[in-house]
Design a protein around this ligand. Sequence first.
Ligand SMILES: [Zn+2]
Length: 397
Amino acid sequence: MTKTVFTNAKLADGLLHDITVEQGQITSIEPAGSETASVSIVEIAGDMLVPGFVEGHIHLDTSFYGDTWMPHRPCTNGFDVHERVVFQAENMAAAAPMDKRARDQLDLCISNGTLHMRSHVMVDSSVGLKSLETILAVREDYKDIIDIQLVAFPQSGILKSPGTPELLDEAIKLGADLVGGLDPASFDRDVNAHLDVVFGIAEKHGVDVDIHLHDAGSMGAFTIEEICARTVALGMQNHVAISHAYGLGDLLPDTARKIAATIAKSGVSIMTNAPGNHTFPPISLLRREGVTVFSGSDNIRDSWWPYGDGDMLRRAEIIGYRSGFYTDEDLQAAFDIVTSEGAKALQLHDYGIQVGAKADFVTFSATCIPEAVVSFPKNRKVFKGGKMVAEGNKKIR
Ligand SMILES: [Zn+2]
C-alpha cells in the first residue's frame, strides 16, 4: 500500500507533526520525528497544515472571471433584485461559454485551497436545465480535485417564472444535490406557496435545502421563522441553510437573540459572505446561540458585483474585519467559518485533520491560525487525497 508521510507540519495546536496518508486518507498523526522508515516523504518544513477550505456559496454559471472585463451596471433606482436578474441575462448572452468561465473560476478557487464547494446554478424558464447540464459536466471533469455540491437555484423566482417547480424537480433528477429558493416574500410575494414548492421537492427527493434570502428587517425575520418551522416539521434539522439572511443584521439585539435561538434549535445554518456596504448577520451573536455560520465568495466578477478572488482565507479576513474581530478567539472563529463550520453546514463527514478523514489539506507559512486570517499568506500548497493539486497559487492537475 502506498504510504506518504507529510513531515514537520504545524497543526492548529502550534506543534509539529508527521501525518501519514494512505489511499487518500489520513491514517496517523504523530509528533514530528516519529516516522522515519517511510518510502515517500513530503517535507512541510514547519509550515502550517490546515483542512481544505469550504467554499459554501458560489455561482459557477454566472461568473465572468477569466472573461473580458464586464463593467458593473448600477440599478436605475436603488438595489432591485428583479432588475439585476434582467442585467444578468443580458450580460450572460454576451459572455464567453459558461463551461470555460466555470473552469476558470474553479481553477482560481482550487489554487487558493478550496477543496469543497457548494455552487448554486440557475434553473428557470429562460435557461431551463441548460446551465445545470453544463456545470454537471464540468463537475465530472473536476471530481478528483474538488468536491462540488450543486443547488438548483430558481433565480427568477418560483411562482413568477412559469414551469419552474417542474424544472426544479427535473434538476434534482438530473443530478443537482439540493433545492434552492429566492426571497419568497419580496420576489414571489407568497412565502407559503414558495416554501411549499421548495420543501415539497426536498421531501420528495430527500435532498437538502439552501435558500437565498436578501429580505431586510422583519420581512426577512418572518421568512426565517417560517423556514425554521418547516425544517422542524419535516425533521430536516442540519439539512437546511439560509444564504445571506441580511435581515438578521437589521434587528435589535434582543430580537436577534430570540430568533438566533430559534435558528439554532431548528438546526438551520446561516451563510454570509460579509458583503460590503450592507447589513449582514451578527456572527458572534449567532454562534453564541449555537447557530452554524458558514461562508462563501458568492459572486465573483458577475452581474451583481465586481469583487471576489476565490480565496476563502481572505474571506475569513473580510468576515473578521467587518465583524470587528480582534482577539485570537474571534479570528479563530472566522477561520472555523471557512473550514469546520462550512463542513458542518455541507454535511461533510470525513473532513478535518484527523485520523480517518480525507487527506484534503492546504499548507502555508504562518505562525498560527489568527495570523493566517489577517495575513492570508499566498505561498500555499494544496493537496487533495494526499496528492498535490496546486502550488504557488497555480492549479497543477
Ligand atoms: Zn448567491
